[in-house]
Design a protein around this ligand. Sequence first.
Ligand code: ADP
Length: 614
Amino acid sequence: MRKTGRKLAAFTLAAAMVLSMAACGKKAEAPVDTTAATTAEETTVAETEAPASENQKADIVVIGAGGAGMTAAIQAVQDGATNVVVLEKMPITGGNTTRSTGGLNAAATKYQEADGIEDSVDLFVEDTMKGGKDINDKELVTVMAENSAEAVDWVNEIGGDLSVVGMFGGASVKRIHRPSDTSAVGPMLVKTLNAKMAELNIPVLLETTAQKILVDADGKVSGVTAVDKDGKEMTIDCTAVVLATGGFGANMDMVVEYKSDLAGFGTTNHAGATGDGITMAVEDGAALVDMEQIQTHPTVNPDTQTMYTEGVRGNGAILVNKEGLRFVNELETRDVVSAAILKQTDKQCYMIFDQAVRDSLSAIESYVKAGIVTEADTPEALGEAIGVDGDALAETLKTYAGYQASGTDADFGRESMEVPLDQPKYYAALCAPAVHHTMGGVKINTSTEVLKEDGTAIPGLFAAGEVTGGVHGANRLGGNAVTDIVVFGRIAGTAAEKYVMDNGGNTEPEITVAADDAAVTPEVEGGYKDGVYEGTGTGNNGDIKVEVTVEGGNITAVVLKEHGETEGIYEAAEKGVTAEIIKKQTAEVDAVSGATNTSKGIMDAVADALSTAK
Ligand code: ADP
């Protein structure tokens, strides 16, 4: 039976603090110093022989707390990782993922089945390859499609909602999965991932920018250097790194370096999308693919850079030029629609929709609130309001209503025409293309290992999400970014944890901290008698013994004294359960998924201890 005396890891405490503050929208303080505490013996050695190492330690360092990074971290812990830390250079988590409005493409899901939608992995692969002009890495696309239905289930399991299926550009069937309240997918996903990270006590060090991925003499990953917001440098020794830094769409120098005709374009990207991960990986010998493949999003407000989700067109909107005429099948892929807009007067167009479309999509309310939608009671009045010939616009809408009724768009072959666009009020939103997604990036294989030019992997380096290249080829379909980050984020988490197990195994976090120092604090009054109590519960492999400390009437610490549980499962259960017990002041909390019996054993042991503390 293994013995353990730790309470919570220092990284864990930093996480609890940093994430809860991020969730409140507050700026987090710098994380606590996680330098390992030294024993008396070590101190003596350090004093006489050499200064103590300042390096921090983790088994897995995830760089980037966007969708891919947080998914990878959660999956790694669900697989048994005990010592994972996430670095995020911005003051909040979420990256570009937060800006994602569409949904998650997935084939052969239970939601499609319930709606009678016939779809398959093969059709999903075919659409994605066609959208990407067949230069995508078909193996990666196939893995994405094969794992997409499970990705929807996983998001639902961790508390998300992707239960409504809709139509989106480039897909031959209804395949995009969205929240049932019609809200944007990104904020829902990031909120869900943040909550799961907090529940699993996975630390995120905010405003901490990774600078270099260290490799040892054998070329294996050995650590990460980073700098915090005060400019303090740190080195975290680790076995594996998951690179999840997103793309480079906010780094216009880099964009123009790879695609010069995008000079002067706006961007839909958040400020942190500067390609750091690509630079770091290249320094370690990583190969890059498709770097010149940079996607512009066709419908972005040129003044505010607000991106109008494709859902507006998917739910029925059309595009007209400044002459009031349609000029493209609005549901064509992003590159086709963007190119068509660039041929119109002023390289701009208007997205036109009616009340029925507005009522179908809550995202539209945010555009209205932002003051970037013009409204009128008639098509003629709308035209006048935006400086377009009102009669021409009215004629365009009348013709379109006819196409919608007959089911045939004789002008541009648009197949999905949800509504006739004849319900007042009428709305117009000015659009121009802007840099949106960088399809190229670090080359990976289907296990998310980062590859060198010679095709061999950099041992211990994994990557997922927009930092990678190959999945989307020359053009990413709307809805495939979220699939990419969830599917490959999960694969990266699993692969990194397996790599750790194959290279020395999980470590115990090194620091023991008093509960007083912990960021985990009671959310309610406990009402117990002060004291230290011992209790026993039954886990998967026999007894689990705990020591519960009650101070000031509240449970302030739960220390696991003995157990025989499987390594990894036990740690995951402990991390998830003990923090919740302290927060909720009861032994009855939710079990950690994947570690249910061990969680219950810990809870029973705490309940046993508390039975004498009433
Ligand atoms: P993906 O969709 O691939 O997850 P996101 O843009 O959502 O990409 O997330 C990437 C995250 O990585 C962002 O939050 C970004 O701020 C962060 N990031 C980028 N570069 C660094 C870096 N050098 N160190 C730490 N975090 C970084």
